[in-house]
Design a protein around this ligand. Structure first.
Ligand code: NAD
Length: 554
């Protein structure tokens, strides 16, 4: 293990294999794709997105994973513990090639202080959601979900369009970077504040954001003109949200919608306190982490206070899944939870139908393979106009990052249909190489996260973690290609348990069988979880689609 160094990583493309089978090759390419500089936020530190969400524990672990994958047989399974390969066993061909557990702590010890201590000793890694489970696809991965959220908000509050509205948000990182494009796709104007100018620059380069300024006055003037003219426009504003939002309040400027995607889930690594530049913050983080966390939490409280004032003044305000309300509440802001989370406000009905962020990646590296799958969506679901419109918009507006990929929200039955059809196109050669099919952990039946995906469940079961574990177990039994269990993604250590699933369509009969099973069990978990919690829509879908729920069958 000597001489292991940071190096620039890119996923291999084309038909030549470095591994002993396509499944292992798929894992290797997706691990490398997660760390492609086009995809990852800080690849030199193995950080993919979401604060310190990493793909491997350290560089020696990365090299050992690569080595093991190249040597892994078609009937073996590799085990990853928080980003480090720890074992390899003979299993069987229908079993996953890789099983991962990331950042999981015994509940009593599940807090950032303990995690950070273990991380310092090299014993743990923060896996976020798709970073440590190797199915991150860049900002597109969250784009449709963000688009759907704003579309639902537009439907509920603004007559189906955001035209003539101004949204104020912050955080233009790996995931938050989808916000400006999602708002403009809905016809609106958005001011997105980020303290780090390079992050805004990256969104402009990848066509997610239109313009950048360092002046609040200029941002407000641009926004006002675009709003008056009914034009869609996204503005990246360099600044600290905890300050800028109060200045907006003071100036009496009217914003219609307010949310936030700074990495507030991680007070040490994800949020910059008021008064610090990115460089100064980095220095303080190293020199005095305790002071950093204190200042960071105080700033978050200020930030939420501004959001609450804007809500009182008539803005639609919602939490976008970064746990900022919890931090503000812990800092003494009693009414921090006065605005709702995005799942109960806009997404839960989709979860009841087993719908969620389904995604796929072309291992050939050829964009034409993704365009073929775009056409396939329209062939299979022509009646779903919103979905077909999404595919057109994505083709026009989304720049691929790393291996070409696509995301769209599909439900129970639809995912299996799409997965099997992709496998068939691979088999007959209309798609040049195998396709990786997976999803975000933010899905209908794979997460327990009381301040996010399972906030305000009808039966009060917000914190029940069994569902996430059952999701991973059933998808393993069904034969996913790599299956993961994580803790702390999205909202931070102590606040969530969630599972990931990826399955490879290589055109084989074996893949057909495994896709058929996994793409049924996985969204099926969403239906049974929500039916169990008493959601009538989920119960109805279960009956219509013949999903077996024993307690409803006696
Ligand atoms: P990231 O760490 O890549 O980006 C965070 C951004 O926030 C950075 O660009 C940083 O400069 C900026 N920032 C930090 N402090 C700031 C401040 N005080 N003012 C202005 N900007 C500041 O994270 P990401 O991947 O974009 O995720 C952002 C958050 O959203 C995370 O908490 C993540 O868990 C959550 N998330 C939500 C969803 C969802 O669907 N709602 C999905 C994924 C992630």
């Amino acid at each position: 293990m000597t001489n292991i160094q940071k190096r620039e990583i890119k996923a291999k493309k084309g038909l030549e294999l470095d591994c002993k089978g396509w499944e292992q090759e798929a894992v290797l390419r997706m691990l490398c794709n997660n760390l492609d500089p086009e995809v990852a936020e800080k690849p030199e530190d193995l950080i993919v997105y979401g604060g310190i969400g990493k793909a491997a524990r350290n560089w020696p672990s990365f090299e050992a994973i690569v080595h093991s994958l190249k040597d892994l047989e078609n009937d073996e399974t590799l085990l990853i513990q928080s980003g480090k390969p720890v074992g390899r066993f003979k299993t069987h061909q229908h079993a996953p090639r890789v099983l991962l557990s990331n950042s999981v702590l015994v509940p009593k010890w599940a807090n950032w202080e303990h995690f950070n201590e273990l991380e310092k000793q090299g014993l743990m890694m923060y896996g976020q959601m798709t970073a440590g489970s190797w199915i991150y696809i860049g900002t597109q991965g969250i784009l449709q979900g963000t688009y759907e959220t704003f579309a639902e908000l537009a439907k509920q509050h603004f007559n189906n369009s955001l035209q003539g509205t101004i949204t104020l948000t912050a955080g233009l990182g790996g995931m938050g970077g989808a916000q400006p494009l999602a708002v403009t796709m809905n016809g609106g104007v958005v001011i997105a504040v980020d303290v780090d100018e390079t992050r805004i620059q990256k969104r402009i380069e990848t066509k997610y954001c239109d313009k950048m300024t360092r002046s609040l006055d200029e941002a407000l003037a641009w926004a006002e003109i675009a709003k008056t003219n009914g034009k869609a426009l996204s503005i990246g504003l360099v600044g600290n949200a905890a300050e800028i939002h109060h200045e907006i309040v003071k100036g009496g400027f009217k914003v219609d919608i307010v949310t936030d995607q700074t990495s507030a889930h991680d007070p040490l690594n994800g949020y910059v306190p008021v008064g610090y530049s990115v460089q100064e913050a980095e220095k303080l983080r190293k020199e005095n982490p305790d002071l950093y966390v204190t200042l960071s939490k105080q700033s978050m409280k200020k930030h939420v206070e501004a959001m609450l004032i804007l809500q009182q003044q008539g803005s639609i305000v919602f939490d976008y899944g970064n746990n900022i309300r919890q931090v503000a509440h812990d800092e003494g802001l009693e009414n921090a939870f006065n605005f709702p989370g995005f799942v109960p406000a806009y997404i839960r009905p989709l979860f009841c139908e087993g719908k969620g962020p389904f995604r796929w990646v072309a291992l050939s590296g050829d964009p034409e393979d993704i365009y073929r799958t775009d056409a396939l969506i329209k062939e299979l679901f022509p009646e779903n106009e919103a979905l077909c419109r999404w595919i057109d918009m994505a083709q026009e507006k989304v720049a691929f990052q790393g291996l070409p990929s696509r995301i769209c929200w599909l439900g129970y039955g639809e995912r299996k249909k799409m997965g099997l059809a992709i496998n068939e196109l691979v088999r007959i050669g209309e798609i040049k190489a195998p396709v990786v099919i997976g999803r975000d952990h933010l899905d209908c039946g794979s997460v327990a996260s009381p301040n996010r995906e399972t906030e305000a469940m009808k039966d009060g079961s917000d914190a029940v973690g069994d569902w996430a574990i059952l999701n991973a177990l059933i998808n393993t039994a069904a034969g996913g290609s790599w299956i993961s269990v994580h803790h702390g993604g999205g909202v931070g250590i102590g606040y969530s348990l969630h599972a990931g699933m990826v399955v490879v369509a290589d055109g084989s009969e074996l893949a057909h069988e495994r896709l058929e099973r996994v793409l049924t069990t996985d969204p099926g978990m969403g239906i049974i979880r929500h039916a169990d919690a008493g959601y009538e829509l989920a119960e109805k879908v279960a009956t219509e689609k013949n999903v077996h729920i024993p307690m409803k069958e006696i």
